[in-house]
Design a protein around this ligand. Structure first.
Ligand code: SF4
Length: 459
């Protein structure tokens, strides 16, 4: 019985014959699951496939395409379950003859390739995480190294993610990512600047920097933390209006980043910094290499050096040994610090991680109860903070329109995870991908309403 059986048992085996490749002209659909780092990998593969002559679709869940490639996620149970479900859905489409070639890569496949190969034989090819060249070769195309900085965007054309490094050297006890993505490897600054320039030339105005650990950028290549230097280089790209930071590791945080943030208007006063917990015993068991005292000092320093900064964090509840008392300490910390944006994960017992040897004694129900308690608290905190925006004016980037509203964000909100600003279409004339000065007129838990007063397009 493998780890995956619980997700895979549901489909009858079929006799479908694989179609010879020559009939595979036409279109490829890349379905991306998991995080924005996976998204960048898919966009890079998409650009290569397009250059090889394929018609490439990204995340088209409405129509099965002859060649379907799934970029999977596999770091916690929920993510694994979602990835297997998408694979099984595509297997059904293949059994119905709508998909001819089904290819799977990414974190789930990197972690469980042998099990998956025997569990789901309907998939034509399995690859790991670093698979662009192999997939192209499998589809009888060659990688074009000169195009590796190019991306076919799956995000709206005005914002994009920039993955500045791969892997992680930290050994957080609950985390399977280093097992999947390997050691920390920074991408050379000149390549990143080139990639950013190409994205900016294509209309990207907001660049979101991502990695497993943003703050270690450069320690392998330049033997020093070089995130601040990279940010200064990116801030010199004139078309980029917003530059945003995600996934900062709290330990050894490079304080010079705050100076660059303060001195360069393009760099959003926004920082995503997962803290996970605040109890020293739990932090030790999680192998986070930081103490409550150090976390508090760091957050104080960040808020002192950039007073209007929006702090996003991730907390984890239900880690082995988290007594009710230790959870209440975490709750009190969240209540005291009043983070601007927050996500809460429940502990997932992952094989081969350090924590797998610990007794996973807290029930699923109790884990979810603790997650809900903190998210209810955060909902009140978010409403309180949104009410403080009433009557004030903020620069807003318009992302989309839906149900009679334009949907936008301030510099304090990242796409897909944070708050939104809603503008009634009848009362506001604006364009998607453009920036406007907006006065906030109403406040809710996770969104506000506003009215345009002027537009502020970057020159
Ligand atoms: S910093 Fe910790 S949680 Fe984040 S990817 Fe690395 S090991 Fe995992």
């Amino acid at each position: 019985m493998t780890v995956l059986n619980q997700f895979v048992m549901r489909i009858p085996k079929s006799q479908s014959q694989a179609q010879p490749l020559s009939e595979m002209e036409g279109s490829v659909n890349i379905l991306t699951l998991g995080c924005d780092k996976n998204r960048v990998d898919s966009e890079r593969l998409a650009a290569q496939l397009q250059a090889a002559g394929y018609t490439v679709h990204l995340d088209d869940y409405n129509l099965p395409h002859p060649i379907t490639i799934i970029n999977t996620c596999g770091f916690i149970n929920d993510a694994k379950e979602e990835s297997v479900e998408v694979i099984l859905d595509c297997v059904k489409e293949k059994q119905n003859g709508k998909i001819r070639k089904l290819i799977v890569f990414g974190c789930l496949s990197q972690r469980y390739q042998e099990d998956l190969r025997s569990e789901i034989p309907e998939v034509d090819a399995w690859f790991g995480t670093d698979a662009i060249e192999q997939i192209l070769y499998y589809l009888r195309s060659k990688i074009q190294p000169e195009l590796l900085n190019r991306r076919l965007l799956s995000t709206p054309s005005h914002y994009a993610y920039l993955k500045i490094s791969e892997g992680c050297n930290h050994g957080c006890a609950y985390c399977a990512i280093p097992l999947i993505r390997g050691r920390h490897r920074s991408k050379p600054a000149e390549q990143l600047l080139e990639e950013a320039r190409l994205l900016a030339d294509k209309g990207v105005r907001e660049l979101i920097l991502v990695a497993q650990d943003l703050t270690s950028y450069g320690i392998d290549l330049y033997h020093r933390r070089e995130l601040a230097g990279l940010l200064e280089g990116l801030a010199r790209i004139p078309q980029l209006h917003w530059i945003r930071l995600h996934y900062a590791y709290p330990n050894h945080f490079p304080m010079e980043v705050l100076d660059v943030m303060r001195d360069n208007p393009q760099i959003c006063h926004y920082l995503d910094i997962p803290i996970q917990h605040i109890d020293d015993d739990i932090l030790k068991r999680m192998n986070r290499n930081i103490t409550e005292k150090e976390i508090r000092l760091l957050l104080d320093t960040i808020r002192t050096r950039v007073p209007d900064i929006a702090l996003r964090t991730t907390l984890m509840v239900g880690f082995p040994g988290e007594t009710r008392k230790k959870f209440e300490k975490l709750y009190a910390f969240a209540e005291e610090i009043r983070f601007d944006r927050m996500g809460v994960f429940t502990y997932s017992h992952e094989e081969n991680t350090l924590a797998y040897t610990l007794k996973n004694s807290i029930s699923h129900l109790e884990k979810n109860r603790r997650k809900d308690e903190i998210m209810w608290l955060q909902q009140d905190i978010s409403l309180e903070k949104n009410r403080k925006m009433l009557g004030k004016t903020f620069e807003v980037l318009i992302d989309s329109k839906q149900d009679g509203y334009y949907i936008g964000r301030t510099q304090y909100d990242s796409p897909e995870v944070d708050n939104m600003v809603l503008l009634r279409q009848q009362a506001n004339r604006c364009e998607i991908g453009k920036f406007y000065q907006v006065r906030i007129t109403r406040a809710h838990e996770y969104e506000t309403n506003g009215k345009i007063i002027t537009d502020t397009q970057p020159s």
